[in-house]
Design a protein around this ligand. Structure first.
Ligand code: ZN
Length: 248
């Protein structure tokens, strides 16, 4: 694929700086990141990983959300390109976490929750950069966040800066990692969604995205689907309530 520097927005082959690859899991944060990228880049592709996560509902929701975003605004529909799902069974075989094994969520030694899959984001970014290299996508977009995060060291800005440096050196071309949620609270993330796609987007997030650690899909709340009890649901509910109360 060659760069076509002379093309303007909304054309099939924009310059590499106008193309982005979004790490899209199907959860709330990565859905907002995908909308953010569709608003800024002339061409956007998505990548997801099947790493043996216990709850596949997020993966199952990916095509549903992609299709809804493509229909939300005509330019988003024109910009949204291919989706890539990479199988990463190795990750589950080397990690003992509540996301990949049938065990209860708890905070383990060192303060990290047992949902932590060691180095997960480093692997995801490496695979994304390798795929992006082949497809001329040098900007990677991810929902990593330091503000409301659970202490995951591979979500920190310092890790992202170092990773972009390592990938740029290792691929011998500039790789940029954009993390639009890095310094946002969960309430800010709802606000960002509202500013990008108004109620069409916030309603989509409520209706279709799943961030629950239990993978609970059938209990519906004003803030979305989930068990309502696990730390991810509590964080999501609090952020939603804070956003709504600031609006009224
Ligand atoms: Zn939950």
């Amino acid at each position: 694929m060659t760069d076509r520097e002379d093309r303007s927005d909304d054309v099939p082959f924009p310059a590499s700086g106008q193309r982005a690859l979004v790490l899209f899991s199907g959860g709330q944060d990565s859905t907002v990141c995908l909308a953010w990228a569709l608003d800024r880049f002339a061409a956007v592709e998505t990548i997801g990983f099947d790493y043996g996560q216990r709850h596949r509902v997020e993966l199952d929701q990916r095509p549903v959300i992609r299709e809804a975003l493509a229909l939300m605004k005509p330019e988003w529909g024109r910009r949204l390109g291919a989706d890539h799902v990479l199988p990463l069974p190795t990750l589950a075989s080397i990690s003992e976490t509540s996301l990949t094994r049938d065990m209860a969520f708890e905070v383990a030694e060192g303060g990290l929750p047992n949902t932590f899959v060691p180095g997960r984001n480093l692997l995801f970014l490496t695979y994304a950069a390798a795929l992006g290299w082949r497809r001329g996508l040098r900007t990677l977009v991810g929902g990593m966040c330091e503000t409301d995060y659970s202490g995951y060291p591979d979500c920190r800005q310092a890790t992202m800066t170092a990773m972009a440096g390592a990938l740029s050196l290792g691929l011998d071309r500039p790789v940029t990692i954009e993390t639009p949620l890095m310094w946002l609270t969960k309430a800010d993330t709802w606000r960002l969604a509202d500013s990008l796609g108004d109620t069409a987007l916030t309603d989509l997030i409520v209706a279709e995205t799943v961030t629950c650690y239990e993978g609970e899909m059938y209990q519906r709340h004003p803030w979305g689907r989930g068990c309502g009890q696990c730390p991810a649901c509590v964080l999501r509910r609090k952020g939603w309530e804070e956003w709504r109360s600031a609006r009224s």
